[in-house]
Design a binder for this molecule. Sequence first.
Ligand code: PAF
Length: 285
Amino acid sequence: MSRVVRKPAEFRRACEDARAAQRRVGLVPTMGALHRGHFSLIDEAKARADFIAVTIFVNPLQFAPEEDLEQYPRTFESDLDGCRERGVDLVFAPAPNTMYPTGFQTSVSVKELAKPLEGGFRPSHFDGVTTVVTKLFNLAGRCTALFGRKDYQQWKILTRMALDLDMPIELVGCPIIREADGLALSSRNRYLSASERQRALGVVSGLRDAFDAWERGERDPDALRSLTEKSVRPAFDHLDYVAAVDPETLTASPPSPDRLLIAVAAQLGSTRLIDNVVLGEDPRP
Ligand code: PAF
């Protein structure tokens, strides 16, 4: 039976009590609309910890005014069922005004890693993420926190933040979970019409083409980037970026000889999808 708490102080207390009872806290921060990707994070948390806390909070700070904050799917009751079925101990589901009460004015910012890729298209997004995750980490205290690598840049930024700010948090980046046809699971996939869902596979083909070329020995980032773009561009209505960058710096330099991140963001109608593969590390998408 998952206990649901709404107040930050209750969440802090529950995590403190768990640690006092010698239980290791595993934290899975989410914005709800839970799917198999989130459940894989919960399963990994259970393998690493014995008190599992899931947070469900659609964080207004990480949405720009023109983005989909109001439309973002909110499926709290079924999220709760999913948490209960998987033996989650605690669900923290605060209201926006308890996370950001009147007078709130602090922002946490990771500089360089937040600039490329998503940062070029969603300039305030990562400050919103790092600010809310700092609050969640401060409330949870010492724990293992699990994030999906579909949001690869987010995971790298949060890892840097925890390191830079001496947070007592072990961060784990978990593999992307895909449908049978390769589409990466995302809460936003439910916005896609049947034909958009089909066209979305253009990104999977693009990443697979890069993966296969890498396996054949291609190491030129431009060639691998172009191969991906060749499939993505015609399938999507708008391409934000296809990038081939170093998986640690998220920039073109230093060029890593044995690993390369191919990252894509593109739109189908009003739905924006992201996906990625780290060549030399990840399995074929
Ligand atoms: O990845 C997400 O769902 C969100 O960005 C996170 C980490 C829960 C912060 O709101």
